[in-house]
Design a protein around this ligand. Structure first.
Ligand SMILES: Nc1ncnc2c1ncn2[C@@H]1O[C@H](COP(=O)(O)OP(=O)(O)O)[C@@H](O)[C@H]1O
Ligand SMILES: [Mg+2]
Length: 247
């Protein structure tokens, strides 16, 4: 198999007595759609935070695209092409949908929030294209604060797409969205990832969504990866059925 685009080696971290990363060895390969599952508190978000530079591990390393990125700042990591979204979308609520995307793009050149710099960050046609990909073109002039949850999630993802990621990590992209909206949301996200050839990790609780959209699944239990493999293998693993899926 090709060299991993993202790799962690023996990541360790505890918050007080709670071990949140218990020696995590992990590899992600180009083109994968990896679903991360695990109960609340298992350490999924902490893993993402460590990979993207928000939290430093006590020990262990994160390698991305052939380089050790463990001690780099989040923005530097994002500029290199490892981008994440948040469980609760981080929007600029007082700005329009289009301007949220333009502001996010400005972060790419390190001048977040400076309007005079916006024109250099990304072309107007790229902004329109990203709006189109996530289906928000018709709402581009509305305040982002007015969007319903599903469209907030899509805007958050559009703000990640404009950074031109090689790898995108989505923390619970369908949380807070009604079950009938989840598939539509995932189809839009997957369409954008396919079009841009972006490798992706998504944290997801809904087993149907995992089975439908993941090429691989990694299951977290108490800061360790308890099972990692095809969706069929992991979702039928007795330990995972008992302790993660809850049957
Ligand atoms: N900054 C922090 N300080 C202390 N404890 C934290 C912090 N962030 C997360 N935790 C704890 O670490 C554990 C793992 O959290 P998290 O990674 O958010 O889990 P998950 O995303 O799988 O639900 C939880 O017990 C949580 O309360
Ligand atoms: Mg989480």
């Amino acid at each position: 198999m090709s060299q991993a685009i993202l790799q962690t080696v023996n990541l360790k971290l505890a918050f007080g007595a709670v071990v949140v990363a218990d020696g995590i060895n992990f590899e992600l390969h180009e083109g994968e759609r990896l679903a991360v599952i695990g109960q609340n508190g298992a350490g999924k978000t902490t893993f993402i935070n460590i990979c993207t530079g928000l939290i430093q591990p006590t020990s262990g390393t994160v390698n991305f695209d052939g380089h050790n990125i463990t001690k780099l700042a989040p923005r530097t990591i994002a500029r290199r092409g490892l981008v994440r979204s948040f469980q609760l979308p981080q929007l600029f609520l007082e700005h329009t949908v289009r301007d949220c995307i333009r502001l996010a793009a400005a972060g790419k050149i390190g001048r977040l929030g400076i309007w005079s710099a916006l024109s250099d960050a990304v072309s107007a046609s790229e902004v329109e294209h990203v709006l189109e990909m996530v289906g928000l073109r018709e709402r581009a002039d509305e305040l982002s604060a007015l969007l319903p949850e599903g469209q907030r999630k899509l805007l958050d993802i559009a703000m990640a797409l404009v950074l031109d990621p090689k790898v995108l990590i989505l923390d619970e992209p369908t949380s807070g969205v009604s079950s009938d909206e989840k598939h539509g949301l995932m189809k839009t996200i997957m369409g954008a990832l396919d079009e841009r050839r972006i490798t992706a990790i998504f944290v997801e609780h809904d087993v149907d969504i995992v089975a439908r959209y993941a090429t691989r699944v990694a299951a977290w239990i108490s800061g360790r990866i308890a099972s990692d493999g095809t969706p069929e293998a992991v979702l039928n693993d007795p330990e995972i059925r008992k302790n993660v899926i809850g049957e």
